[in-house]
Design a protein around this ligand. Structure first.
Ligand code: ATP
Length: 304
């Protein structure tokens, strides 16, 4: 039996500007995404019947099962394959095996990464030959981050984040990712944002942030990281303020809540700082893991 294995990255939002609520219930966004070298992998193989199954593992040997991710039709990877099948007019069954590394409900778009990987894998296994743009159109309905995760690198997202234009950025950056013991629900964070900011301005991207990316200026990038959802995440999870403080005191260029949180991301001046910072951050309240990673990374791609 053949299979296709696809790797898809986590994302952070270097800038996330949240504008007014639209008629469809989504906020107008302007965001600068960066894909990180922190990946889920999804193995896709075809079945003899028409079922779509999913297994989710959290270890390299595919033995330990995840407890936090749905194993039915609610799984975003399953929904992605279902949509692709419908759009292509095929009914071939598919088995999905996800190896989960991206924190669940962490504001790093792990579910959307699995959906992006499943689209790429199923596209290959079913021999559809669809372009990334075509897959992105299907994926956008499942999660606003899916189109970016198909493209990877650095990108500006507008609309509700699903309209992507690539950004020219030079060099790589080092990050520490602090994973929280307990996730935060994205809708809950947006509801808190609405309560705190009932009348937001039109979203905008800071030109200084773009200039820092063009010039590969980590210090300047650190000064211009911003996230409008941070205040809402901090309101729901006040201890994150302390996490951010610990990282900056220990020498990070900047710390920011990733997307809707509660994951916090720290920009490093130098990879040599990672070890000291990691030790300090392990003592932060609610910390479940500290991961040293880099960005930008490529989008969802076949690795086997
Ligand atoms: P985002 O940043 O895109 O808002 P997130 O990173 O905060 O999302 P996810 O890890 O994508 O959160 O998951 C949010 C919820 O989606 C989880 O609580 C889980 O129940 C559900 N979910 C469905 N499919 C998946 C999947 N493949 N991986 C992770 N979560 C999934």
């Amino acid at each position: 039996m053949t299979s296709t294995t696809v790797r898809a990255p986590a994302k952070i939002n270097l800038g996330l500007s949240v504008g007014p609520l639209r008629d469809d219930g989504f906020h107008e966004l302007a965001t600068v995404y960066m894909a990180l070298d922190l990946h889920d992998t999804v193995r896709v193989s075809l079945r003899d019947d028409d079922r779509i199954t999913v297994a989710v593992h959290v270890d390299a040997d595919d033995r330990e099962e995840s407890v936090d991710v749905p194993l039915d039709a609610d799984n975003l990877a399953v929904r992605a394959v279902e949509r692709l099948r419908t759009a292509a007019g095929v009914s071939t069954g598919v088995d999905l095996v996800i190896r989960k590394v991206i924190p669940v409900a962490g504001g790093m778009a792990g579910g959307s990464a699995d959906a992006a990987a499943a689209l790429v894998g199923a596209n290959a296994e079913l021999g559809l030959g669809w372009s990334r743009e075509e897959l992105a159109e299907i994926g956008a309905d499942l999660g606003s981050d899916v189109p970016f995760l198909l493209h990877g690198g650095v990108g500006i997202g507008t609309g509700r984040g699903e309209q992507i234009s690539p950004v020219l950025s030079r060099g790589r950056y080092g990050f520490l990712v602090v994973v929280a013991r307990e996730g935060l629900s994205t809708p809950q964070v947006y509801a808190e944002f609405d309560r705190l900011e009932p009348d937001p301005q039109s979203p905008r991207i800071a030109p200084e942030l773009m200039a820092a990316l063009r010039g590969h200026d980590a210090e300047r990038l650190g000064e211009h990281l911003s996230n409008d959802l941070e205040v809402a995440a901090l309101s729901l999870r006040p201890e994150l303020d302390r996490v951010l403080q610990i990282g900056v005191d220990a020498g990070a260029l900047a710390g920011i809540v990733s997307g809707s949180g509660p994951t916090c991301v720290f920009l490093l001046e130098d990879d040599a700082d990672a070890q000291v910072l990691t030790t300090e951050l392990w003592s932060a309240p609610g910390c479940a893991d500290v991961i040293h990673t880099h960005g930008p990374a490529p989008g969802a791609r076949i690795i086997a």
